[in-house]
Ligand binder design. Structure first.
Ligand code: TYD
Length: 209
């Protein structure tokens, strides 16, 4: 059976994921390579509902455990409804965040043990994992100022995580780098504080495109 490629994008806020995923999708279109883009949290009807709970700045008193399980509830829907069917159709799946985000944010950021997150991953992901993960690495001070400017300018309120402090994002950034050191063949670190075009070219290179 033909099976598509599964690729994920990761990085802290303001690393430029959205712009780079847009450029990659333009490239794939030009080359006639079939693909699907999805995002987490979100990507399905249930997932988009969960996204509103998770990201709205008025969501308070959310425990770290609730936060983790809501992200995984969204991921479970996304895998079953979108990722697996797209891969089976032979499409390249580009996922805007996947389980590395839970390890970085809920693990290194909130302090939930990584071994526990690995167990939930096993249950929810059923062996599905990205063959390549693009980690856009940026200084948290630079990323956060970009992200806050963007969040102030947009209509929907998705600012709950952006209210966290620099120390939180520094833990997450270091967490991502740690994950990349443990799986250097899958997770490719790309220096994101450069021109959009330079970053795009590096992404094509690590994806072998
Ligand atoms: P995202 O929509 O990618 O936001 P942005 O485009 O601003 O980077 O992600 C939303 C937020 O959710 C982001 O702060 C990271 C966080 N997140 C987690 O904490 N755990 C997860 O498992 C996922 C998928 C996202």
């Amino acid at each position: 059976m033909k099976q598509g490629r599964f690729v994920s994008f990761e990085g802290i806020e303001g690393c430029g994921k959205t712009t780079q995923i847009g450029l990659l999708s333009d490239y794939l279109k030009k080359k006639n390579i079939p693909f699907t883009i999805t995002r987490e949290p979100g990507g399905t009807a249930v997932g988009e509902g969960i996204r509103r709970i998770l990201l709205h700045s008025e969501t308070i008193h959310l425990t770290a455990a609730s936060e983790l399980l809501l992200f995984y509830a969204s991921r479970s829907q996304n895998i079953t409804e979108k990722i697996i069917p797209s891969l089976e159709r032979g499409e390249t799946v580009i996922c805007d965040r996947f389980y590395d985000a839970s390890k970085a944010y809920q693990g290194y950021g909130r302090g939930i043990p990584i071994e526990f997150i690995d167990k939930v991953t096993e249950l929810v992901c059923n062996g599905y994992r990205p063959e390549r993960t693009v980690l856009l690495d940026i200084d948290p001070a630079v990323g956060l100022s970009r992200a806050r400017a963007r969040n102030n300018a947009r209509a929907e309120d998705e600012g709950r995580f952006e209210m966290e402090n620099l120390e939180f994002y520094t833990r997450i950034r270091n967490g991502y780098l740690d994950l990349a050191r443990r799986e250097p063949h899958r997770i490719k670190i790309i220096e994101a504080d450069r021109t959009v075009e330079a970053v795009h070219q590096d992404i094509l290179r690590v994806l072998g495109l």
